[in-house]
Design a protein around this ligand. Structure first.
Ligand code: DLL
Length: 434
């Protein structure tokens, strides 16, 4: 069977587990032999690759953290000589050093195969024309999707992010059928299309494959209605590969199937490091099984989710991860109360007919944390009497207090007041660290 064969997706779990164990053991041998960081961490834990005799034994292996990758910047985590590396990507790294990852020729092929499988799960076929609005460059989104689409045999339009007006013209004239990009940028595309008098109802899109940042179910509804397509969620991270680690199937649109023939997922309690059973929410941890250049063992993603082993209507036997609700490092602690931006988004969109353009601003005033939610409202509402706006601000503030237990000041702003991103949206401005 070739490494990206789709039969892997529907195989009985026992057979899948046997493949995972063989691949895990081979990966451990390789990192132990070739990456000093792993050899040291295994030695500290008093284990050798030979001690890992079952999949459960993985819990004996120490975790790898973002800090470990930073400490080995840029190339010390690579398990092959530089002459075998054909591609380098890096995560943006909003704080500190970026994380650098490398790929061999075979890794690029494995990734393309996994992305082809992802696109197929999301509804794409070889006859499709794919408008790829993920950014091309060090970010893995653009090139990751691109190679996968070519592998699938679809036609790719490599537009990348930005030049938004030109993108609308391309969408109208080239008649793409699949749209890929971050949900926040796609929403911006929809906004500009509206301004240009172009209706998505007249375009040819069937499926949208959106990800790289958290988005809510409400946002899916909004995008599906505005863009006249079916939207699925795709997940991935550079450290583990890039996009194509997990994706929703278009049949169920409920939870993202993890490509378990290439990655072992675990959920842990982020405070204690203990493994949690299926269904419980915690931090997602990944081990790669087939990567050559940058194998990664028990990597703490900081993403918060849970795993669902229930069979899926699409026939895939791979477990599903529920949509990522946030990151452990995204969590704001406002006067002792934990809040995730996604929780605020849900309240804004569930209880109020509000545009999903918002930003949370955290300040420290007289040693007290304050949270201000800047949120855009529709043009019609904005021209309403000041009094109505004040009432709406109070109502939202009351809802946030009631649902999340945190006091927030709401500032309604006019349409377009919040800066649009061409990639991942910046949801939090934390002025406390400055
Ligand atoms: O965002 C890879 C990617 C590209 C995924 C295109 C999907 C589509 P990084 O830039 O390394 O890689 O960022 C990884 O983004 O740890 C999550 O916190 C977040 N993330 C990615 N996909 C999702 C998603 C790419 N579907 C980090 N939902 C991850 C929520 C996501 N968060």
């Amino acid at each position: 069977m070739s490494i990206y064969n789709m039969d892997f997706e529907t195989m009985p779990r026992e057979a899948l587990k046997a493949i995972q164990l063989t691949r895990l053991q081979a990966t451990l041998e390789r990192v132990y032999a070739n990456v000093p960081f792993y050899r040291n961490s295994f030695k500290k834990a008093k284990i050798t690759p030979g001690d890992i005799k079952s999949l459960d034994d993985i819990q004996r292996i120490p975790f790898t953290t973002k800090q470990d990758l930073r400490d080995n910047y840029p190339y010390d985590m690579f398990a092959v000589p530089m002459e075998n590396i054909v591609r380098i990507h890096a995560s943006s790294g909003t704080t500190g050093r970026p994380t650098v990852v490398g790929y061999t020729k075979r890794d690029i092929d494995t990734w393309a195969g996994l992305m082809a499988r992802s696109l197929a799960a999301g509804g794409a076929t070889r006859g499709d024309i794919l408008h790829n609005a993920y950014g091309y460059g060090l970010f893995t989104g653009g090139l990751g999707v691109h190679y996968g689409a070519e592998k699938l045999g679809a036609s790719v339009i490599p537009v990348s992010g930005g030049n938004t007006k030109r993108q609308i013209v391309i969408m109208r004239d080239f008649k793409p059928t699949i749209l890929t990009g971050t949900p926040s940028y796609i929403l911006h595309l929809a906004e500009i299309a509206e301004e240009m008098g172009v209706s998505f109802k007249d375009l040819s899109f069937k499926f949208g494959i959106f990800g790289a940042e958290p988005w809510s179910e409400k946002m899916r509804e909004e995008l599906e209605a505005k863009l006249n397509l079916k939207a699925v969620d795709i997940y991935g991270l550079s450290e583990v590969m890039g996009p194509g680690v997990a994706i929703e199937c278009h049949e169920a649109q409920k939870g993202l199937h993890i490509f378990e023939d290439h990655f072992i997922p675990e959920i842990i309690n982020p405070d204690t490091g203990e493994n949690l059973p299926y269904g419980e929410t915690g931090e997602l941890v990944f081990t790669s099984l087939t990567k050559e250049a940058f194998p990664i063992i028990r990597y703490r993603t900081r993403d918060i989710t849970s795993l669902n082993p229930e069979p899926c209507i699409c026939g895939r036997t791979h477990v599903r991860m529920n949509r990522v609700s946030g990151r452990t490092d995204d969590m704001l602690i406002i006067r002792g109360v934990n809040v995730f931006p996604s929780q605020i988004e849900s309240i804004l969109m569930k209880t109020h007919d509000i545009q999903p353009h918002y930003q949370l601003v955290v300040d420290r005033v007289d040693n007290l944390d304050t949270l201000t939610v800047r949120v855009e409202i529709r043009e019609e509402l904005f021209s309403d009497a000041i009094k109505n706006l004040q009432n709406l601000e109070l109502k939202i503030s009351k809802d946030i207090k009631e649902y999340l237990g945190v006091s927030a000041k709401i500032k309604l702003v006019e349409p377009k007041a919040i800066e649009r991103s061409q990639g991942k949206a910046v949801r939090v401005v934390d002025n406390r660290n400055i």
